[in-house]
Design a protein around this ligand. Structure first.
Ligand SMILES: [Zn+2]
Ligand SMILES: [Zn+2]
Length: 167
């Protein structure tokens, strides 16, 4: 016995058949896919569990217009103290295809949304104290006794003054 038949299934769990939208003019959507489907999207960190998409499809003239939200959970390292941070993310998703073209495949749109939702940096808490520059101890866990690098992060460069062009 082989599992070859399994491979014939559509690879995406985010395929929306459009028959109902075509018939009724609108259709509620709730779909989910394992986060593995998007494992290559994030440049760092990782998605967790499932990615859920909720919204609705409206039939607008000859088009099926989906508007909704993709959401899930992910895990990053805190930019300052490197401790793991787990958080929920959500991002709007929109897609339009001709009604007769169905099913609508939201995979690419959701992929793009996850990329857009990825934060440039993530902190375990807004005032994370980071790691001690001397002993690498997590300063959030307690004072290790080493002096803080006061002001070093923001004011090492002299402030630039605007140049006046003489002409
Ligand atoms: Zn932190
Ligand atoms: Zn220290």
């Amino acid at each position: 016995m082989t599992q070859a038949a399994e491979n014939d299934k559509p690879s995406s769990a985010l395929l929306l058949p459009l028959a109902e939208a075509k018939e009724n003019g609108s259709m509620l959507v709730e779909a989910s896919a394992p986060c593995d489907l998007f494992s290559d999207v994030l440049s760092e960190g990782a998605l967790l569990g499932t990615v859920t998409v909720k919204g609705n499809v409206l039939a607008v003239e000859d088009n099926a217009v989906f508007t909704g939200t993709a959401r899930g959970r992910w895990k990053f390292e805190c930019t300052r103290c490197l401790s793991p941070v787990e958080a929920e993310w959500s991002e709007p998703v929109e897609m339009t295809v001709p009604l007769d073209e169905g099913p609508m495949d939201l995979t690419a749109e959701v992929r793009q949304s996850i990329g857009l939702a990825q934060p440039m940096r993530i902190l375990c808490k807004p005032n994370c104290k980071g790691l001690c520059a001397v002993c690498r101890k997590n300063r959030n866990a307690g004072d290790c006794g080493h002096p803080l690098p006061e002001g070093n992060l923001t004011s090492t460069r002299p402030r630039l003054t605007p140049r006046h062009h003489k002409g």
